[in-house]
Design a protein around this ligand. Structure first.
Ligand SMILES: [Cu+2]
Length: 469
Protein backbone atom coordinates (compact mmCIF):
# COMPACT_ATOMS: atom_id res chain seq x y z
CA UNK A 1 0.00 0.00 0.00
CA UNK A 2 1.44 3.36 -0.98
CA UNK A 3 1.20 6.03 1.68
CA UNK A 4 -1.02 8.94 0.67
CA UNK A 5 0.61 12.15 -0.48
CA UNK A 6 0.54 15.00 1.96
CA UNK A 7 -1.60 17.60 0.22
CA UNK A 8 -1.62 20.39 2.72
CA UNK A 9 0.59 22.94 1.04
CA UNK A 10 0.14 22.88 -2.70
CA UNK A 11 1.17 26.16 -4.27
CA UNK A 12 -1.69 26.48 -6.68
CA UNK A 13 -4.42 24.40 -8.16
CA UNK A 14 -4.68 20.81 -7.15
CA UNK A 15 -2.24 18.03 -7.74
CA UNK A 16 -3.50 14.50 -7.76
CA UNK A 17 -1.74 11.22 -7.43
CA UNK A 18 -3.53 8.34 -9.05
CA UNK A 19 -2.67 4.74 -9.70
CA UNK A 20 -1.01 4.10 -13.04
CA UNK A 21 -3.94 2.90 -15.10
CA UNK A 22 -1.66 2.34 -18.08
CA UNK A 23 0.31 -0.38 -16.30
CA UNK A 24 -1.30 -3.79 -16.04
CA UNK A 25 -2.27 -4.35 -12.41
CA UNK A 26 -1.97 -8.10 -12.78
CA UNK A 27 1.56 -7.98 -14.17
CA UNK A 28 2.68 -5.56 -11.48
CA UNK A 29 0.79 -7.03 -8.54
CA UNK A 30 4.00 -7.82 -6.68
CA UNK A 31 5.54 -4.41 -7.27
CA UNK A 32 5.02 -1.19 -5.34
CA UNK A 33 2.26 0.95 -6.80
CA UNK A 34 3.53 3.20 -9.60
CA UNK A 35 2.17 6.47 -8.24
CA UNK A 36 1.37 8.95 -11.01
CA UNK A 37 1.33 12.72 -10.97
CA UNK A 38 -1.09 14.54 -13.26
CA UNK A 39 -0.26 18.15 -12.33
CA UNK A 40 2.77 20.32 -13.24
CA UNK A 41 2.26 22.39 -10.07
CA UNK A 42 4.76 22.29 -7.23
CA UNK A 43 3.62 19.52 -4.91
CA UNK A 44 3.80 19.75 -1.15
CA UNK A 45 6.88 18.22 0.46
CA UNK A 46 6.28 14.52 0.99
CA UNK A 47 6.68 13.55 4.60
CA UNK A 48 7.08 9.81 5.04
CA UNK A 49 4.49 8.35 7.40
CA UNK A 50 5.99 7.49 10.77
CA UNK A 51 9.24 5.96 9.68
CA UNK A 52 12.26 7.48 7.93
CA UNK A 53 14.27 4.32 7.46
CA UNK A 54 17.91 4.45 8.45
CA UNK A 55 18.07 7.93 9.89
CA UNK A 56 16.52 10.71 11.88
CA UNK A 57 13.49 12.65 10.65
CA UNK A 58 14.41 15.17 7.96
CA UNK A 59 13.03 18.35 6.48
CA UNK A 60 11.76 17.17 3.09
CA UNK A 61 12.72 18.90 -0.15
CA UNK A 62 10.33 20.82 -2.38
CA UNK A 63 10.84 20.19 -6.11
CA UNK A 64 9.92 23.27 -8.13
CA UNK A 65 6.99 22.28 -10.36
CA UNK A 66 7.66 18.70 -9.40
CA UNK A 67 7.00 16.14 -6.71
CA UNK A 68 8.56 13.46 -4.51
CA UNK A 69 7.91 9.79 -5.24
CA UNK A 70 6.26 7.95 -2.31
CA UNK A 71 7.83 4.62 -1.35
CA UNK A 72 6.70 1.57 0.54
CA UNK A 73 8.73 -0.16 3.24
CA UNK A 74 9.31 -3.88 2.60
CA UNK A 75 11.32 -5.71 5.31
CA UNK A 76 13.47 -2.66 5.97
CA UNK A 77 13.97 -1.79 2.29
CA UNK A 78 12.52 1.36 0.74
CA UNK A 79 10.83 0.31 -2.48
CA UNK A 80 10.15 2.72 -5.34
CA UNK A 81 8.50 2.15 -8.69
CA UNK A 82 9.42 4.32 -11.68
CA UNK A 83 7.60 3.89 -14.97
CA UNK A 84 9.39 5.24 -18.06
CA UNK A 85 6.66 6.37 -20.46
CA UNK A 86 5.52 9.00 -22.95
CA UNK A 87 3.93 11.97 -21.17
CA UNK A 88 2.45 15.34 -22.13
CA UNK A 89 4.08 18.09 -20.08
CA UNK A 90 2.48 21.49 -19.64
CA UNK A 91 5.58 23.73 -19.90
CA UNK A 92 3.49 26.87 -19.40
CA UNK A 93 -0.27 27.32 -19.22
CA UNK A 94 -1.57 26.36 -22.66
CA UNK A 95 1.80 25.13 -23.94
CA UNK A 96 1.96 21.34 -24.11
CA UNK A 97 4.94 19.26 -25.20
CA UNK A 98 5.15 15.55 -25.97
CA UNK A 99 7.95 14.20 -23.81
CA UNK A 100 9.24 10.99 -22.36
CA UNK A 101 9.31 10.96 -18.59
CA UNK A 102 8.41 8.97 -15.52
CA UNK A 103 5.12 8.36 -13.73
CA UNK A 104 3.11 10.88 -15.69
CA UNK A 105 5.53 13.82 -15.71
CA UNK A 106 8.84 15.05 -17.05
CA UNK A 107 11.13 15.41 -15.20
CA UNK A 108 10.41 12.34 -13.14
CA UNK A 109 9.64 12.53 -9.43
CA UNK A 110 12.36 13.30 -6.88
CA UNK A 111 13.68 10.26 -5.00
CA UNK A 112 14.27 11.24 -1.38
CA UNK A 113 15.98 8.91 1.09
CA UNK A 114 18.27 8.89 4.12
CA UNK A 115 21.97 7.99 4.19
CA UNK A 116 22.27 4.29 4.98
CA UNK A 117 18.85 3.38 3.54
CA UNK A 118 18.71 0.23 1.47
CA UNK A 119 16.67 1.15 -1.60
CA UNK A 120 15.04 -1.08 -4.19
CA UNK A 121 13.96 0.70 -7.38
CA UNK A 122 11.73 -1.02 -9.92
CA UNK A 123 11.94 0.51 -13.38
CA UNK A 124 9.19 -0.44 -15.82
CA UNK A 125 9.71 0.45 -19.48
CA UNK A 126 6.58 1.69 -21.26
CA UNK A 127 8.56 3.41 -24.04
CA UNK A 128 8.66 2.24 -27.65
CA UNK A 129 12.41 1.50 -27.29
CA UNK A 130 14.73 0.07 -24.66
CA UNK A 131 16.06 2.14 -21.75
CA UNK A 132 18.11 1.84 -18.53
CA UNK A 133 18.50 3.89 -15.37
CA UNK A 134 21.76 5.45 -14.26
CA UNK A 135 21.97 6.78 -10.68
CA UNK A 136 24.24 9.79 -11.24
CA UNK A 137 26.76 10.29 -8.42
CA UNK A 138 25.84 7.30 -6.29
CA UNK A 139 28.26 4.86 -4.69
CA UNK A 140 26.89 1.45 -5.65
CA UNK A 141 27.87 -1.96 -7.02
CA UNK A 142 28.99 -1.62 -10.66
CA UNK A 143 26.13 -3.83 -11.79
CA UNK A 144 23.61 -1.30 -10.46
CA UNK A 145 25.09 1.65 -12.39
CA UNK A 146 22.66 1.37 -15.28
CA UNK A 147 24.96 1.75 -18.29
CA UNK A 148 23.30 -0.21 -21.10
CA UNK A 149 25.65 -2.72 -22.67
CA UNK A 150 28.40 -2.10 -20.10
CA UNK A 151 26.81 -3.04 -16.79
CA UNK A 152 23.50 -4.59 -17.87
CA UNK A 153 21.41 -5.42 -20.92
CA UNK A 154 18.97 -2.62 -21.73
CA UNK A 155 15.43 -2.90 -20.37
CA UNK A 156 13.24 -3.93 -23.36
CA UNK A 157 9.85 -2.27 -23.89
CA UNK A 158 7.24 -3.81 -21.62
CA UNK A 159 9.76 -5.21 -19.11
CA UNK A 160 10.65 -4.27 -15.52
CA UNK A 161 14.17 -4.33 -14.05
CA UNK A 162 15.04 -3.88 -10.38
CA UNK A 163 17.99 -1.96 -8.95
CA UNK A 164 19.06 -2.30 -5.33
CA UNK A 165 21.78 -0.59 -3.32
CA UNK A 166 22.49 1.33 -0.12
CA UNK A 167 22.38 5.13 -0.31
CA UNK A 168 25.87 5.51 1.08
CA UNK A 169 26.60 9.21 0.65
CA UNK A 170 24.35 12.08 1.75
CA UNK A 171 23.89 14.76 -0.91
CA UNK A 172 22.25 15.92 -4.13
CA UNK A 173 22.12 13.57 -7.10
CA UNK A 174 20.27 12.91 -10.36
CA UNK A 175 18.99 9.97 -12.37
CA UNK A 176 18.69 9.51 -16.14
CA UNK A 177 18.85 6.75 -18.77
CA UNK A 178 22.19 5.48 -20.09
CA UNK A 179 20.60 4.06 -23.26
CA UNK A 180 19.99 6.06 -26.46
CA UNK A 181 20.90 8.95 -24.20
CA UNK A 182 20.79 11.69 -26.81
CA UNK A 183 17.17 10.92 -27.64
CA UNK A 184 15.95 10.00 -24.20
CA UNK A 185 17.43 13.01 -22.41
CA UNK A 186 16.36 15.38 -25.22
CA UNK A 187 12.85 14.01 -24.66
CA UNK A 188 12.99 14.86 -20.96
CA UNK A 189 14.01 11.68 -19.16
CA UNK A 190 15.66 12.78 -15.93
CA UNK A 191 14.98 13.30 -12.25
CA UNK A 192 16.48 14.42 -8.94
CA UNK A 193 17.70 12.34 -6.02
CA UNK A 194 18.26 13.70 -2.51
CA UNK A 195 19.92 11.69 0.27
CA UNK A 196 19.59 13.32 3.70
CA UNK A 197 22.31 12.72 6.31
CA UNK A 198 21.41 10.02 8.89
CA UNK A 199 22.77 12.08 11.80
CA UNK A 200 23.90 15.62 12.44
CA UNK A 201 26.61 16.19 9.82
CA UNK A 202 29.44 18.70 10.33
CA UNK A 203 29.18 19.95 6.73
CA UNK A 204 25.40 19.76 6.26
CA UNK A 205 23.41 22.44 8.07
CA UNK A 206 19.75 22.21 8.96
CA UNK A 207 17.76 24.54 6.73
CA UNK A 208 14.30 26.09 6.88
CA UNK A 209 13.66 25.47 3.17
CA UNK A 210 15.19 22.92 0.85
CA UNK A 211 14.38 23.40 -2.86
CA UNK A 212 15.54 21.42 -5.86
CA UNK A 213 15.09 21.52 -9.61
CA UNK A 214 16.74 20.44 -12.87
CA UNK A 215 17.84 22.70 -15.70
CA UNK A 216 16.65 21.56 -19.09
CA UNK A 217 16.50 22.58 -22.72
CA UNK A 218 14.24 21.61 -25.60
CA UNK A 219 13.98 22.44 -29.26
CA UNK A 220 10.29 22.62 -30.12
CA UNK A 221 9.38 24.37 -33.36
CA UNK A 222 6.68 26.97 -32.71
CA UNK A 223 3.35 25.36 -33.46
CA UNK A 224 4.61 21.80 -33.02
CA UNK A 225 4.51 19.59 -29.93
CA UNK A 226 7.52 17.27 -30.03
CA UNK A 227 11.16 18.19 -29.29
CA UNK A 228 13.74 17.85 -32.07
CA UNK A 229 16.11 15.35 -30.51
CA UNK A 230 19.07 15.98 -32.84
CA UNK A 231 19.55 19.62 -31.79
CA UNK A 232 22.86 20.05 -29.98
CA UNK A 233 22.98 23.68 -28.84
CA UNK A 234 20.39 25.81 -30.64
CA UNK A 235 17.55 24.96 -28.32
CA UNK A 236 14.69 27.44 -28.20
CA UNK A 237 13.16 26.48 -24.86
CA UNK A 238 15.18 26.88 -21.67
CA UNK A 239 13.38 25.53 -18.66
CA UNK A 240 13.56 24.71 -14.97
CA UNK A 241 12.01 21.33 -14.32
CA UNK A 242 10.40 21.57 -17.75
CA UNK A 243 8.55 24.80 -16.92
CA UNK A 244 9.17 28.27 -18.33
CA UNK A 245 8.56 31.65 -16.74
CA UNK A 246 5.93 32.69 -15.76
CA UNK A 247 4.98 29.04 -15.29
CA UNK A 248 7.75 28.39 -12.74
CA UNK A 249 6.77 28.53 -9.07
CA UNK A 250 8.50 31.18 -6.94
CA UNK A 251 10.93 30.14 -4.21
CA UNK A 252 9.41 31.37 -0.97
CA UNK A 253 11.22 32.00 2.32
CA UNK A 254 10.54 33.47 5.73
CA UNK A 255 12.81 36.40 6.60
CA UNK A 256 15.98 35.09 8.29
CA UNK A 257 15.58 31.46 7.24
CA UNK A 258 18.49 29.45 5.90
CA UNK A 259 17.57 28.25 2.42
CA UNK A 260 19.14 25.47 0.34
CA UNK A 261 18.64 25.13 -3.41
CA UNK A 262 19.90 22.06 -5.28
CA UNK A 263 20.27 22.63 -9.03
CA UNK A 264 21.17 19.89 -11.51
CA UNK A 265 22.18 20.37 -15.14
CA UNK A 266 21.40 17.68 -17.72
CA UNK A 267 21.37 20.04 -20.72
CA UNK A 268 24.24 20.35 -23.22
CA UNK A 269 25.47 23.77 -22.10
CA UNK A 270 26.33 25.52 -18.84
CA UNK A 271 23.96 27.79 -16.94
CA UNK A 272 25.24 30.57 -14.64
CA UNK A 273 22.48 30.76 -12.05
CA UNK A 274 22.14 34.20 -10.48
CA UNK A 275 20.11 35.34 -7.47
CA UNK A 276 19.49 38.99 -6.65
CA UNK A 277 19.48 40.49 -3.16
CA UNK A 278 21.58 37.95 -1.23
CA UNK A 279 24.94 36.18 -1.38
CA UNK A 280 25.14 32.40 -1.31
CA UNK A 281 27.76 29.69 -0.96
CA UNK A 282 28.07 26.42 -2.84
CA UNK A 283 27.79 23.99 0.07
CA UNK A 284 27.80 20.80 -1.95
CA UNK A 285 28.07 19.21 -5.36
CA UNK A 286 27.17 15.75 -6.61
CA UNK A 287 30.59 14.80 -5.20
CA UNK A 288 29.40 15.59 -1.67
CA UNK A 289 29.49 18.43 0.87
CA UNK A 290 32.11 21.15 0.26
CA UNK A 291 34.53 21.64 3.19
CA UNK A 292 33.71 24.93 4.97
CA UNK A 293 37.21 26.28 4.33
CA UNK A 294 36.68 25.81 0.57
CA UNK A 295 33.46 27.85 0.32
CA UNK A 296 33.32 31.43 -0.90
CA UNK A 297 30.49 33.92 -1.38
CA UNK A 298 28.87 34.22 -4.79
CA UNK A 299 25.83 35.80 -6.39
CA UNK A 300 26.13 33.65 -9.53
CA UNK A 301 27.28 30.06 -9.79
CA UNK A 302 27.91 28.28 -13.04
CA UNK A 303 26.25 24.90 -13.21
CA UNK A 304 28.14 23.04 -15.91
CA UNK A 305 26.90 20.07 -17.89
CA UNK A 306 26.38 16.96 -15.80
CA UNK A 307 26.90 18.92 -12.58
CA UNK A 308 24.88 19.48 -9.47
CA UNK A 309 25.30 22.64 -7.40
CA UNK A 310 23.84 22.87 -3.91
CA UNK A 311 23.73 26.50 -2.76
CA UNK A 312 22.74 28.02 0.59
CA UNK A 313 21.97 31.50 1.85
CA UNK A 314 20.24 33.37 4.64
CA UNK A 315 17.08 35.02 3.33
CA UNK A 316 17.63 38.23 5.27
CA UNK A 317 16.42 40.85 2.78
CA UNK A 318 12.65 41.08 2.29
CA UNK A 319 11.35 41.53 -1.24
CA UNK A 320 10.74 39.89 -4.59
CA UNK A 321 14.19 39.03 -5.92
CA UNK A 322 14.85 37.90 -9.47
CA UNK A 323 16.51 34.50 -9.83
CA UNK A 324 17.56 33.46 -13.31
CA UNK A 325 20.13 32.01 -15.67
CA UNK A 326 22.52 34.82 -16.54
CA UNK A 327 22.76 33.81 -20.21
CA UNK A 328 20.24 36.34 -21.47
CA UNK A 329 19.04 34.12 -24.30
CA UNK A 330 18.07 31.53 -21.71
CA UNK A 331 15.51 33.87 -20.19
CA UNK A 332 13.72 34.16 -23.51
CA UNK A 333 10.90 32.16 -24.99
CA UNK A 334 10.48 30.38 -28.29
CA UNK A 335 11.04 33.24 -30.74
CA UNK A 336 13.96 31.62 -32.52
CA UNK A 337 17.28 33.20 -33.37
CA UNK A 338 16.51 34.22 -36.96
CA UNK A 339 15.08 37.62 -35.93
CA UNK A 340 17.27 40.40 -37.42
CA UNK A 341 18.68 43.06 -35.09
CA UNK A 342 16.86 46.28 -35.95
CA UNK A 343 18.35 48.64 -33.37
CA UNK A 344 19.28 51.90 -35.05
CA UNK A 345 17.48 51.15 -38.33
CA UNK A 346 15.30 54.08 -39.30
CA UNK A 347 11.97 52.75 -40.54
CA UNK A 348 10.37 56.18 -41.06
CA UNK A 349 8.39 56.22 -44.27
CA UNK A 350 8.96 52.54 -44.85
CA UNK A 351 6.13 51.11 -42.79
CA UNK A 352 3.34 52.75 -44.79
CA UNK A 353 4.82 51.51 -48.05
CA UNK A 354 5.21 47.98 -46.74
CA UNK A 355 1.71 47.95 -45.27
CA UNK A 356 0.28 48.62 -48.71
CA UNK A 357 1.75 45.30 -49.84
CA UNK A 358 1.39 43.49 -46.52
CA UNK A 359 -1.31 45.03 -44.28
CA UNK A 360 -0.11 43.16 -41.15
CA UNK A 361 3.46 44.46 -41.39
CA UNK A 362 4.79 46.04 -38.23
CA UNK A 363 8.18 47.25 -37.13
CA UNK A 364 9.88 45.62 -34.19
CA UNK A 365 13.03 46.41 -32.40
CA UNK A 366 14.28 49.71 -33.84
CA UNK A 367 14.60 51.10 -30.30
CA UNK A 368 15.53 47.76 -28.72
CA UNK A 369 13.38 44.71 -28.17
CA UNK A 370 11.47 45.76 -25.03
CA UNK A 371 8.27 46.25 -27.01
CA UNK A 372 8.11 42.49 -27.33
CA UNK A 373 7.17 42.18 -23.69
CA UNK A 374 4.09 44.33 -24.17
CA UNK A 375 3.08 43.59 -27.73
CA UNK A 376 0.21 41.21 -28.32
CA UNK A 377 1.52 39.45 -31.39
CA UNK A 378 -0.38 36.62 -32.92
CA UNK A 379 1.50 33.43 -32.00
CA UNK A 380 1.47 30.07 -33.70
CA UNK A 381 -0.66 27.52 -31.87
CA UNK A 382 0.92 25.79 -28.87
CA UNK A 383 3.81 28.06 -27.98
CA UNK A 384 4.46 30.86 -25.54
CA UNK A 385 5.59 34.47 -26.02
CA UNK A 386 9.30 35.28 -26.30
CA UNK A 387 9.20 37.71 -23.37
CA UNK A 388 6.34 37.57 -20.98
CA UNK A 389 5.21 37.67 -17.39
CA UNK A 390 3.74 40.73 -15.77
CA UNK A 391 4.79 42.16 -12.44
CA UNK A 392 3.11 44.87 -10.37
CA UNK A 393 4.89 47.52 -12.47
CA UNK A 394 4.42 46.10 -15.94
CA UNK A 395 5.98 43.56 -18.29
CA UNK A 396 8.92 41.65 -16.79
CA UNK A 397 10.28 40.92 -20.29
CA UNK A 398 11.55 37.47 -19.38
CA UNK A 399 10.75 33.91 -20.35
CA UNK A 400 12.48 30.59 -19.89
CA UNK A 401 14.90 30.21 -16.96
CA UNK A 402 13.54 32.89 -14.63
CA UNK A 403 11.74 32.85 -11.32
CA UNK A 404 11.59 34.89 -8.14
CA UNK A 405 12.82 34.46 -4.58
CA UNK A 406 10.09 35.90 -2.35
CA UNK A 407 11.29 36.74 1.16
CA UNK A 408 8.65 37.81 3.67
CA UNK A 409 8.70 38.53 7.40
CA UNK A 410 5.22 37.08 7.83
CA UNK A 411 5.64 33.88 5.80
CA UNK A 412 5.02 31.01 8.20
CA UNK A 413 7.59 28.22 8.52
CA UNK A 414 6.56 25.39 6.20
CA UNK A 415 4.17 27.61 4.20
CA UNK A 416 5.18 27.40 0.55
CA UNK A 417 2.22 29.33 -0.85
CA UNK A 418 2.90 32.36 -3.08
CA UNK A 419 2.58 35.49 -0.91
CA UNK A 420 1.85 37.71 -3.95
CA UNK A 421 3.87 40.81 -4.88
CA UNK A 422 6.06 42.59 -2.34
CA UNK A 423 4.92 45.96 -1.03
CA UNK A 424 7.92 48.31 -0.85
CA UNK A 425 8.21 50.42 2.29
CA UNK A 426 7.70 54.12 1.41
CA UNK A 427 10.86 55.78 0.09
CA UNK A 428 12.66 52.52 -0.80
CA UNK A 429 11.85 52.31 -4.50
CA UNK A 430 13.51 53.82 -7.58
CA UNK A 431 11.36 56.67 -8.88
CA UNK A 432 11.28 59.34 -11.55
CA UNK A 433 12.60 62.76 -10.70
CA UNK A 434 11.73 65.96 -12.57
CA UNK A 435 14.39 66.88 -15.19
CA UNK A 436 14.50 68.88 -18.41
CA UNK A 437 13.16 66.82 -21.32
CA UNK A 438 15.98 64.69 -22.74
CA UNK A 439 16.12 64.32 -26.51
CA UNK A 440 15.95 60.70 -27.66
CA UNK A 441 18.99 59.04 -29.22
CA UNK A 442 19.24 59.66 -32.95
CA UNK A 443 18.72 56.60 -35.14
CA UNK A 444 22.14 55.49 -36.38
CA UNK A 445 20.89 55.22 -39.96
CA UNK A 446 20.41 59.01 -40.10
CA UNK A 447 24.19 59.44 -39.83
CA UNK A 448 25.88 59.25 -43.20
CA UNK A 449 28.19 56.21 -43.19
CA UNK A 450 31.20 58.16 -44.50
CA UNK A 451 30.91 60.95 -41.92
CA UNK A 452 33.80 60.97 -39.43
CA UNK A 453 32.95 60.09 -35.86
CA UNK A 454 32.67 63.16 -33.62
CA UNK A 455 35.86 63.73 -31.68
CA UNK A 456 35.77 63.59 -27.91
CA UNK A 457 38.23 64.69 -25.27
CA UNK A 458 39.12 61.89 -22.89
CA UNK A 459 40.01 63.07 -19.44
CA UNK A 460 42.47 60.82 -17.70
CA UNK A 461 42.01 60.37 -13.98
CA UNK A 462 44.23 62.74 -11.98
CA UNK A 463 45.85 61.84 -8.69
CA UNK A 464 49.09 61.34 -6.84
CA UNK A 465 49.09 57.56 -7.19
CA UNK A 466 47.73 57.39 -10.68
CA UNK A 467 46.42 54.25 -12.32
CA UNK A 468 48.88 51.75 -13.72
CA UNK A 469 47.85 50.79 -17.25
CU1 LIG B 1 21.17 29.11 -19.06
Amino acid sequence: MTPPLNRRHFFAGTATAVAAASVSRVALAALPEAVQQTSPDTAAPWTPPGVTGAGRPYNPVVTLNGWTLPWRMANGVKEFHLVAEPVVREMAPGFLVNMWGYNGQSPGPTIEVVEGDRVRLFVTNRLPEHTTMHWHGQRLPAGMDGVGGLTQPQIPPGKTFVYEFVARRPGSFMYHPHADEMTQMAMGMMGMWVTHPKAKHPLIDDVGRDYCFLLNAFDVEPGSMTPQVNTMLEHNIWAWNSRVFPGISPLVARLGERVRVRIGNLTMTNHPIHIHGIEFEVTGTDGGPVPKTARWPEVTTDVAVGQMRQIEFIADEPGDWAMHCHKSHHTMGAMGHGVPTMIGVDHRGLVGKLQKASPDYMVMGERGMADMGEMQMELPANTFPMMTGTGPYGAIEMGGMFSTLKVRADQKAGDYSDPGWYTMPPGTQAREVPTPVASPAKPAASVAPNQPAPSATVRKPQGSGGHPH
